[in-house]
Design a protein around this ligand. Sequence first.
Ligand SMILES: Nc1ncnc2c1ncn2[C@@H]1O[C@H](COP(=O)(O)OP(=O)(O)O)[C@@H](O)[C@H]1O
Ligand SMILES: [Mg+2]
Length: 350
Amino acid sequence: MTSPSLEFEDLEVDFPTKDGIVRAVRGVSCSLESGQVLGIVGESGSGKSVTALAAMGLLPRNAIVRGSVRFKGRELLGLKEKEYSDVRGTGIGMIFQDPMTSLNPVYSIGWQIAEAVRAHQSVSKEEALLEAVRLLKTVGIPNPEDRVTDYPHEFSGGMRQRVVIAIAMANNPDVILADEPTTALDVTVQAQVLASLKLALTETHAALLLITHDLGVIAGLADRVLVMYAGRSVEMGSVDDIFYRPAMPYTHGLLGSLPRLDSDGSERLRPIPGSPPANAGEHQGCPFAPRCPRRAAICEEQEPELTLVPGPEGAEPHRAACHFAEEVSQAEPGKLFAISSGDPEAGPVR
Ligand SMILES: Nc1ncnc2c1ncn2[C@@H]1O[C@H](COP(=O)(O)OP(=O)(O)O)[C@@H](O)[C@H]1O
Ligand SMILES: [Mg+2]
């Protein structure tokens, strides 16, 4: 059996601060198979970016990192900076929320893509520029022959992000790691950028780790989804598990706060009440309990482990970290927060 493209095992990241240790990631395990799309979703502060940055060796020096992150079987944690830059150049491509973190303002778009092409193929400058035009066309930039000499500031935000995708394609990576790639964009532009990303995957056969706070972004693209809350994975399963059989109340909450294209607008969106804990490492019990409509006494005492949820026969494993996972998976997705539970054990909805 070949190794997964990217594999996290019990990843933990702590940040020592003047107010004590911040436990940003508390034991995340997941694997991204070759050619697959894994979505990581969770509210702001849940540890998504820190997980990605740990894989890329881009965390601040004071971060304390434990566990393992392997790229095609090779351990990444503890690599020297020189070794990391090799992996980043050819193995793992990155797309961030702000495309200007990846683009150089003083070089033309074409030059920057051509450089990436020439880093991997022995072709002339002219040939590399032709390839840049082709890549710009592939990601959906109109009139690429004319635009190739433009500078980043002459492109809109959505177009810049597509240029970053073109550069990632030129590098022909095994894994693309995209952290909130469409968050700064309008909804219509978001859809175009996601379409470009899809094309990039078809052309490069890369696996994609797609990080977003918006489940809607994941729906059309991901094969599997990891839901993060307070630094932990609280649910992991196929897209169908997450959208149709969510077994963690938090996932129900994320679904309920999602606008639905098939609704007539009569249903109100329900944001999850309350906010995530400031530092989950200091809490006893389930960190979601204070916001949870299914909360019971045990939730205040014991943080639930990620365990298997029974599902359709032959389905891939679906796991959730909730003491009532099986029951919750049978509730109508997105509606859990509307019901005030009749269970005397359940706590009040705050
Ligand atoms: N350099 C740092 N020092 C201290 N705390 C940090 C640092 N970077 C991130 N954190 C904390 O780690 C947690 C997870 O952050 P992050 O991974 O950026 O969340 P998100 O899911 O929004 O991407 C947050 O509580 C954040 O405040
Ligand atoms: Mg983030």
